[in-house]
Design a protein around this ligand. Structure first.
Ligand code: DMJ
Length: 455
């Protein structure tokens, strides 16, 4: 894994240094945030893999060249999880205050997205002017996973800077969503009206647009030292809602999976690879409360979903999972039409890592190794790694993008899967959704300047 990381990293350095990502076939950089996403996303992985010279190079780039005063609409969510999360984790390990100062500058710019009638954020913001907007395809609505995936980063930063006000608007999102009436208890619709703060429609998914909102409930509870019971309650309600309404069993192989709900509340038997993080989430939630019936149920479900997601890889001719699958009675699952590609995504190996750490069952290492062999075989190009277009075709072409999350997440989780358990132990760190580890704060009584804004 370390060799794989260095191969991708060295090609990024040679052909795309300072860009968000490398296009390995074109041998040039590509910008979509314009915020050096690969460098910032890689900082903590460089540290963890003990590549300190490379860390120093990346650190110096951040110090001297990374400038957040950019006149460009950027995704609030992507900038938060990659750049803000990456800077916080770089501070976590190095204790270099430059990272914290950079993160503070970025955080205040991102907070401009919350200047709305409801106080809920819009999706993108111009980091220079503060002008924020939502995309037209949502009909002006904001997205659940985007507004529900900033709490770890902002609370981490607020605590380490001693500025609780920095986290207030972001944490209010959880409090607001908790109070809204929901069509299905414990399940949250994907779209929220930013004018009046109400849900729009009834669609539910643990994949795209929903995923990391659920993840951040349990992780915020862990991160704040298990001291804020409202967060655990919200998570437990979600876990009950998911178990009641979204979990199904396939035939003929009896694989358990999570479906989605369509507008009218009927199950839609589709599962994104993105939703494969859920196995790890349930294992984490269960392991942190080992003795009750809910925990037993959720650990079983987490393990079953890990097995299902492994099958997404194992059953494909390339050994690589498609972007999504659909389920048919009598035929288990098939890759979704127009969704046979793989983007170097991490969610399955994330779950294997968490299951390995929480159960100690070596099959998770075996499965992770098999997955890595397939990625290395089919996604490696002469000048870096890239996604592939069709996981069912062993002669498929590449998509020409070496995603920054390949360094932040996929390679980090694989590396940790084969490392001693005391390297980033799960009782000391939570990983943000981009796999940036943040030290758990368990020796602090959270004052009202934090708790007033949380459920
Ligand atoms: C990552 O950027 C994050 O994990 C996010 O939550 C959704 N998935 C991508 C990678 O697949």
């Amino acid at each position: 894994m370390r060799q794989g990381f260095l191969f991708g990293w060295n090609n990024y350095k040679q052909f795309a240094w300072g860009a968000d990502e490398l296009d390995p076939l074109a041998r040039r950089g590509k910008d979509w945030l314009g915020l050096a996403a690969t460098i910032v996303d890689s900082l903590d992985t460089l540290w963890i893999m003990d590549l300190k010279e490379e860390f120093k190079l990346a650190r110096d780039y951040v110090d001297k060249k990374l400038n957040f005063d950019t006149r460009k609409q950027v995704s609030v969510f992507e900038t938060c999880i990659r750049d803000l999360g990456g800077l916080c984790a770089a501070y976590e390990f190095s204790r270099d205050r430059m990272f914290l100062e950079k993160a503070e500058d970025l955080a205040y710019r991102l907070l401009k997205a919350f200047d709305t009638p409801s106080g809920l954020p819009r999706a993108s913001v111009d980091l220079h002017s503060g002008h924020a907007q939502n995309p037209s395809w949502t009909g002006g609505a904001s997205i659940l996973s985007e507004m529900g995936t900033m709490q770890l980063e902002f609370t981490y930063l607020a605590y380490h800077l001693g500025k609780p006000e920095l986290a207030a608007k972001v944490n209010s999102v959880f409090k607001h969503l908790d109070r809204l009436a929901k069509p299905h208890k414990g399940l949250y619709p994907l779209y929220v009206n930013v004018q009046d703060g109400s849900f729009r429609g009834g669609q539910v998914s643990l994949g795209a647009l929903g995923d990391s909102f659920y993840e951040y409930l349990i992780k915020m509870w862990l991160f704040t030292g298990k001291k804020l019971p409202g967060l655990r309650r919200m998570y437990d309600e979600c876990s009950d809602g998911i178990n009641d309404k979204l979990v199904f069993t396939s035939s003929p192989s009896s694989l358990r999976y999570v479906a989605e709900l369509n507008m009218g509340g009927a199950p839609h038997h589709k599962m994104d690879e993105l939703a494969c993080f859920v196995g790890g989430m349930f294992a984490l939630g269960a392991a942190s409360q080992p003795s009750n019936a809910r925990a037993q149920r959720d650990l079983r479900l987490g393990a079953d979903l890990a097995e299902t997601c492994y099958q997404f890889w194992h059953r494909m001719p390339t050994g690589i999972a498609p972007e999504l699958v659909t389920w048919q009675s009598g035929a288990d699952f098939q890759p979704g039409s127009n969704a046979r590609h793989y983007l170097l995504r991490p969610e399955t190996v994330e779950t294997l890592f968490v299951l390995w750490r929480t159960t100690g069952d070596p099959k998770y290492q075996d499965w992770g190794w098999e997955i890595w062999q397939s990625i290395d075989r089919y996604c490696k190009t002469p000048t870096g790694y890239a996604g592939i277009r069709d996981v069912t075709n062993t002669n498929t072409g590449h998509d020409d993008t070496q995603q920054s999350f390949f360094f932040a997440e996929t390679l980090k989780y694989l590396y940790l899967l084969f490392s001693p358990n005391d390297l980033i132990p799960l009782d000391k760190y939570v990983f943000n959704t981009e796999a940036h580890p943040l030290g758990i704060i368990d020796n602090y009584d959270w004052p009202s300047s934090y708790t007033d804004y949380l459920p």
